[in-house]
Design a protein around this ligand. Structure first.
Ligand code: SF4
Length: 483
């Protein structure tokens, strides 16, 4: 199990780029304030961010190994009651390509994942009002029975909140009801929660882009309820649309705060060896917390949000107007849409530089979160590889299929050999990990997946099940010798 650090001292009077402060943050002796995080995100040189985020990453994860997992992303339904304007995946239910996978199709996908050494499935879907609690419980039981060694990483907080609305479980408060549902799902085999639906927490942004999706407090409290049950989760952020830079920092700060709370209230789950090895002692269900943070830029294709005018428009230039997201965004999340009438009407996409900057700041801000994941799925394999020098310690999963982000234009598909090659060529030893970030095996020998490939010019990633016409556009990726 990874080591988690206690809350660290802040030094609010120091400039964010003070080398002493950054050195202390990198070595795990100081914590950035939101103001300092904002200053870094908006003003620090890119190479400074990379240098200190990499130093922090090396402090936590060492100099040698960078990891990946073999799992499969299964989107069990695309029918959804929400109306997120950044989403090209959802269907109302009566379209020709609306779907809910049958159990047997799901089992087949998991079998294919297990056949290539997979240890986990990531299962998320739309918020589908037609599915009952029994449908989910039977599915989880069926998966656990057939694949007892595969962790079921499933159901993001917005799905959990909708489960409460759909199933009407007992409980005095919303979170009591979420806990009731979570206990049922956990008993049926659900292992951990993904951080889907995080987007941007700030209410002004969230209500504009994610109609019908739970708010920040509900999202964070669902995760806290899961942590109270000893479950591990991850956190996410999708940026590069209408939000301001301060919104990104506010988002990271909220996650750090709730991670402190989870660790203070439930511990880290590290049970003394003497107790852990004694079968007569019932182990406490404590220690749930966030294990990783993943952030990625919004992908605009085929989405309503992607059709907004890009900032700056001619009128913005003529009138010398700032990006409206930055006018509204506040580090405490208190910004409101009436602070700029153009808010929500301008798009500011994030490219590779913004991605690397944001990820580096996340590594430095989130001192109590063990893993920062590279987002090669949206940024492409080579920027994903560079991300290993900007604070990321994990390359995520091999990608056999993906339906949500790819609906919005991203179509990368990598296998284990390619992932290992990307990690090795970045200067590290590739290692397969499990769902708790413990290493299963390192790849040093000649039988490593990448070293077995004789001709990279002919290597193609094999794509498995393909859903929807959009995937016909998907290009297979070739990694050349120079990569
Ligand atoms: S992002 Fe998720 S919740 Fe939002 S519309 Fe798409 S499928 Fe539904």
């Amino acid at each position: 199990m990874p080591t988690i650090y206690s809350p660290l001292p802040e030094h609010p009077n120091l400039d964010a780029t003070d080398p002493g402060l950054l050195g202390a943050v990198a070595s795990g002796h100081a914590r950035l304030t939101p103001e300092q995080g904002f200053e870094l995100l908006t003003n620090a040189p890119l190479h400074t961010l990379g240098r200190y985020a990499d130093a922090r990453c090396r402090e936590l994860h060492g100099h040698h190994i960078r990891s990946y997992i073999i799992d499969r992303n299964i989107n069990y339904t695309n029918i959804c009651t929400a109306k997120c304007i950044f989403c090209a995946f959802k269907r109302k239910g009566d379209e020709h390509d609306a779907y809910t996978l049958e159990y047997e199709e799901l089992y087949q996908k998991i079998q294919e994942c297990a056949d290539i050494g997979g240890t986990q499935i990531l299962m998320q879907g739309g918020m589908n009002p037609n599915l009952t609690l029994d449908w989910y419980l039977n599915l989880l039981n069926g998966i656990r029975e057939r694949f007892p060694h595969v962790n079921i990483h499933a159901f993001s907080p917005p799905e959990l909140i909708e489960f409460v609305n759909f199933f009407d479980p007992p409980g005095a408060t919303l979170i009591d009801k979420v806990r009731w549902v979570l206990i049922k799902l956990k008993e049926a085999g659900m292992g951990s929660l993904p951080g889907g639906g995080g987007e941007i927490f700030a209410p002004a942004v969230r209500t504009k882009i994610g109609m019908g999706k739970c708010d920040m407090n509900a999202w964070l409290e669902v995760m806290y309820a899961a942590h109270s049950l000893g479950m591990f989760t991850s956190a996410s952020m999708m940026y590069g649309h209408i939000e301001g830079y301060a919104d990104r920092v506010h988002h990271m700060h909220a996650i750090r705060h709730w991670q402190d709370k989870a660790i203070a209230d439930f511990g880290t789950g590290e049970i003394p060896t003497q107790i852990a090895s004694d079968p007569t002692i019932k182990k406490p269900e404590t220690g749930g917390h966030y294990l990783g943070f993943h952030s990625w830029p919004f992908q605009p294709d085929h989405t309503s949000l992607g059709r907004l005018p890009h900032y700056p428009t001619e009128s913005d230039l003529e009138n010398n107007l700032p990006f409206p997201g930055d006018v509204v965004a506040q580090l405490d999340g208190s910004g409101t849409k009436d602070m700029d009438e153009r808010f929500g009407r301008r798009l500011r996409l994030a490219g590779a530089t913004q991605y690397l900057r944001t990820q580096a700041v996340s590594r430095l801000m989130l001192d109590n979160i063990y893993t920062i994941g590279s987002s090669w799925v949206t940024m492409g394999p080579h920027i994903g590889q560079v991300a290993l020098q900007f604070g990321a310690n994990d390359m995520g999963s091999v990608m056999m299929e993906e339906n949500v982000v790819s609906s919005a234009g991203t179509t990368y598909c990598l296998d284990e050999a390619v992932l290992c090659r990307l990690i090795r060529n970045a200067g590290y030893l590739p290692a397969q990990r499990d769902s708790k970030y413990d290493v299963i095996k390192t790849h040093a020998g000649a039988d490593s997946p990448d070293l077995l490939v004789k001709d990279w010019s002919a290597h193609r990633t094999k794509r498995l099940h393909i859903e929807g016409e959009k995937q016909e556009l998907a290009a297979q990726l070739t990694i050349g010798d120079s990569d």
